[in-house]
Write a protein that binds this ligand. Structure first.
Ligand SMILES: N[C@@H](CCC(=O)N[C@@H](CS)C(=O)NCC(=O)O)C(=O)O
Length: 202
């Protein structure tokens, strides 16, 4: 059976999984999914109705990007995206959660920006403030290490670069004027084929 990922091309959550699949060199059929009109087949895979959803080569179904990344890492340990030490792994999961909340805020800001007939400016300002606060936290994480958790490319970097990639795709590169360490980290990560092959497209 072919491994399948239900996704949308621009989704930053799905991009987390696509980066990990590419880094681990795991072939996967990508199934573009209409999340505005969800098919009964798709809802039978994920009753929450969100992408990404992974159906593995044995027909096992997983959803939620973080759980899929963890499943892939445990099943195909090379290269690793979580530390093996229990407490270090929890710290990594926590960092990933922080980066996921950046994704949540960027997606919410984009949604609010395009809202007809009029966006709620107060809400937009709130999301923007939250994004700036989280970027500052991430910037400070690069004070003592070359990646966000330690000196290795982990699930924290995967989630954060997917979030920042989506922020850049929707709102441009202005954030780079304020966050020099994140900018260097972002540009360095984008030299990887797994990042280049998963860029969101207009
Ligand atoms: N916590 C979920 C979030 C996934 C998510 O929100 N996906 C969006 C697309 S970027 C979605 O499917 N939205 C459809 C909906 O909410 O109806 C994960 O990490 O997988």
């Amino acid at each position: 059976m072919t491994r399948k990922l239900y996704y949308t091309q621009r989704s930053p959550y799905a991009r987390k999984v696509r980066i990990v699949l590419a880094e681990k060199q795991l072939p996967c059929e990508l199934v573009e999914t209409d999340i505005k009109r969800k098919s009964p087949e798709f809802l039978s895979l994920n009753p929450i109705g969100k992408i990404p959803v992974l159906v593995d080569e044995n027909g096992l179904t997983f959803w939620d990007s973080t759980l899929i990344v963890e499943y892939l890492d445990e099943t195909y340990p090379h290269p690793p995206f979580y530390p093996r030490d229990r407490l270090e792994k929890l710290r990594c999961r926590q960092g990933e959660e922080l980066a996921d909340s950046l994704i949540d805020r960027v997606v919410a800001l984009w949604y609010e920006t395009g809202k007809a007939p009029k966006a709620d400016e107060q809400l937009q300002a709130y999301y923007q403030q939250e994004i700036d606060r989280l970027l500052f936290v991430l910037e400070n994480k690069l004070d003592f290490s070359s990646y966000l958790l330690n000196d290795q490319f982990t699930a924290v970097d995967v989630a954060a670069v997917s979030g920042l990639g989506y922020y850049t795709f929707r709102f441009g590169k202005n954030w780079q004027l304020r966050y020099p360490k994140l900018t260097r980290w972002f540009e360095r990560l984008h030299q990887r084929p797994s990042l280049q092959s998963t860029l969101p497209k207009a």
